[in-house]
Write a protein that binds this ligand. Structure first.
Ligand code: NAP
Length: 315
């Protein structure tokens, strides 16, 4: 485990890098506990901001020097987070994160969300290959029961979902689910949400990407399915949109001190959302993102003002 002293050093370095005055950092440390939400099916409470591991995290995981990811994971845990979303298809991310968590003595502390997807030959996935992939994830992450495994991008559900159901029945995983970030798959997702005992769905959602508000998110509330949000920044899309733009003063009304917190608090203010997992390769961004899990969230009126503000930006 990293010590309080190391944590303070990291926090101070991050505050300096973010340009935050020390007073604001200390005030932040007195913000009270991180916001958590319950997974409807189990009642387990999880912090509402976590960490994703495709994109830039995966790029660093593939490199020779993964020390930046050690800092990112340390920052996640030291600032109250625990949820880590990964997948066998994110290169070295699963393996590297598992090893770092072991080094930090934090394997049990992390809420591990990984996925299952083996290539489907001739229309159906090889069940033996799918089981082997799951066993590899258990090996890399080192926690039993594993917190969550989801079928990645609704891949061959006839083969893969029963494997996850069996693992849950055996007590080797706590929760199961399915993911997609492709709008053409939402119809199939909705059918599954009605028919299958899903604990979670993983789906894209962002201030400029709201189609899932029509059916998917209300259905998740109705069926008691937890929602893990992906792509809250549209990867690079929203960063390009706000480049050179100052954060509006009224963002302080819901305690957003950065564009990242503005975007994440907007996502979190939808009542169906359980957790959001932005990817980052930088500890200062991890701390910034976790800031969205403290303080007030926007109300319905503020949400629409925020969305209108982003829609009206040039470009
Ligand atoms: N079908 C699926 O199951 C599926 C699909 C897509 C995504 N996902 C999951 O969702 C996660 C999130 O999606 P994503 O990674 O594609 O996109 P994202 O989280 O919307 O955006 C990640 C990008 O934002 C940057 N960033 C993060 N925090 C920042 C901050 N505070 N300030 C400035 N820039 C910041 C990161 O760069 P830096 O490294 O510079 O911070 C990175 O370029 C994935 O990592 C993955 O775990 C799942």
């Amino acid at each position: 485990m990293i010590t309080r002293r190391q944590s303070l050093t990291l926090a101070l370095a991050s505050a300096a890098a973010l340009g935050l005055p020390l007073g604001r950092l200390l005030a932040a440390s007195e913000r009270g506990p991180i916001l958590t939400r319950a997974i409807p099916s189990s009642g387990q409470r999880i912090p509402v901001v976590g960490l994703g591991s495709s994109a830039t995290f995966a790029q660093v995981a593939r490199s020779e020097d993964v020390s930046a990811l050690r800092e990112v994971l340390s920052a996640l845990l030291e600032h109250g987070g625990s949820v880590f979303d990964t997948a066998p298809s994110y290169g070295e991310s699963e393996k590297v994160a598992g090893a770092i968590a072991r080094e930090l003595g934090a394997t049990e502390q992390v809420f591990w969300a990984t996925k299952l997807k083996v290539a489907a030959r001739g229309g159906s996935a090889d069940p033996a290959a799918a089981r082997a992939q799951v066993e590899a994830s258990f090996g890399f992450l080192g926690k039993t029961p594993l917190d969550l495994i989801q079928v990645h991008n609704l891949g061959d559900l006839a083969t893969q979902l029963p494997i996850l159901k069996a693992l849950k029945a055996e007590g080797r995983i706590r929760h199961l689910g399915v993911t997609t970030t492709f709008a053409p798959q939402y119809e199939e997702l909705v059918k599954l949400m009605r028919a299958e005992p899903l604990d979670f769905i993983g789906i894209d959602y962002a201030i400029d990407n709201r189609v899932m508000e029509e059916t998917v998110l209300p259905l998740a509330q109705e069926r008691g399915i937890a929602v893990m949000v992906y792509l809250p920044f549209g990867r690079t899309r929203l960063w390009e949109r706000v480049r050179g733009q100052a954060l509006p003063d009224w963002a302080a009304e819901f305690d957003a001190a950065s564009w990242a917190q503005f975007f994440l608090k907007w996502v979190l203010s939808h009542p169906a959302v359980t957790v959001v997992t932005p990817a980052t390769s930088k500890a200062k961004h991890m701390i910034d993102n976790l800031g969205a899990a403290y303080g007030r969230l926007p109300d319905a009126g503020q949400r629409e003002r925020m969305a209108a503000h982003i829609a009206a930006l040039p470009g």
